[in-house]
Design a protein around this ligand. Structure first.
Ligand code: PMP
Length: 327
């Protein structure tokens, strides 16, 4: 779908996947007016297909657009585009377990020019790719590197938006994490470099205590981390399961101390791609420590199963999160 200043959205088309032709002076290539979303279509027990909370992705896409001075795509148009694509690609929606068809809606400037200003033309597209189970051979805890040198987002910046530039800025820190022998980077706040923000492409959760008395805490949305839809859903699912939940600021010292004295029993990351990933080890320039017993925590796995059961249609959709598509 195209957007042109003075004309609005026009020329919606369904086309076979193919390379795009681009002018070398396309403004996106130079000034990165580019935003995206990620969501998954799951095969349901009755063989229909449903997508998890596409309205939430559509609204976040609008917020990202506003931050990047781009036009807002109506929520219905976003969902309709996903619907058309799923209908076309229905046979590609896998039927086994947590496998899915991943949908990637995105928008970029399509004006040609070298002036630095918001473009007057944009292109919105959705592509799809089958996604297998994220973990083959059981859920594996990840190790994380707490980056004190690089920051992903500062107050007033684009951290809350899902824009391409945030990911470009994160690559060097991800490489640093790998050089430190870790799987993922964990971002700290830009001002004091001590509050936990989020992981490379997932939000974080900390479990304090055990069993029914566990308290489940996630870093609060300060404007510099991505408001994950999985994060939001888990706040509600954890409350449904009877756990106390909280959004709060957590420092690296609190994390490390909490694992040392046993008050933090589990840590996990959550996002569309892996749903929930346990964190087994953490490392920073000041040392490394094990999270709980280093394995996948009990509450982590309970929450993972509960969310996946809703997504794959195995459990009742109490919040009306599943949106039938492609029928
Ligand atoms: N943080 C970042 C930086 C991400 O890229 C993602 C993935 N979209 C998330 C968190 C998790 O968000 P969601 O649950 O909406 O996938």
């Amino acid at each position: 779908i195209q957007w042109t200043e003075g004309r609005g959205w026009h020329d919606a088309q369904l086309q076979p996947y193919a390379p795009l032709q681009m002018d070398p002076a396309n403004m996106t290539l130079h000034y990165a007016q580019s935003i995206f979303e990620g969501l998954k279509a799951y095969r349901q027990p009755d063989d229909s297909v449903a997508v998890f909370r596409p309205d939430a992705n559509a609204r976040r896409f609008q917020r990202s657009a506003r931050r990047l001075a781009m036009p807002e795509l109506p929520v219905e148009t976003f969902i309709e585009a996903c619907d058309l694509l799923v209908r076309q690609d229905k046979e590609w929606v896998p039927s086994e377990g947590e496998a899915s068809l991943y949908l990637r809606p995105f928008m970029f400037a399509s004006e040609v020019g070298l002036g630095v200003r918001p473009a007057d033309q944009y292109t919105f597209m959705v592509i799809a790719s089958p996604a297998g189970s994220y973990f083959t051979g059981g859920v594996q805890p990840v190790s994380v590197w707490l980056s004190e040198e690089y920051v992903r987002a500062s107050p007033g910046g684009t951290g809350e938006a899902k824009c391409a530039g945030n990911y470009a800025a994160s690559l060097v820190a991800q490489a640093e994490a790998a050089a430190q022998g870790c799987d993922q980077v964990v971002w700290l706040d830009a001002v004091e470099r001590r509050y936990i923000e989020e992981m490379g492409g997932m939000n974080l959760y900390f479990v304090y205590g055990e069993g029914e008395n566990a308290r489940i805490v996630t870093p609060e949305l300060t404007g510099t981390l991505l408001p994950g839809i999985t994060r939001d859903s888990l706040l509600r699912i954890a409350a449904d399961m009877g756990y106390a939940t909280e959004e709060a600021r957590i420092t690296t010292d609190e994390w490390r101390q909490g694992n040392a004295d046993g008050s933090i029993t589990e840590v996990f990351a959550c996002g569309t791609a892996a749903v929930i990933t346990p964190v087994g080890e953490a490392k920073s320039a000041r040392g490394e420590w094990r999270v709980g017993d280093g394995g996948a925590g009990e509450i982590t796995m309970k929450l993972r199963e509960a969310l996946l059961a809703v997504q794959t249609g195995q459990a009742e959709d109490a919040h009306g999160w599943m949106h039938p598509l492609g029928s």
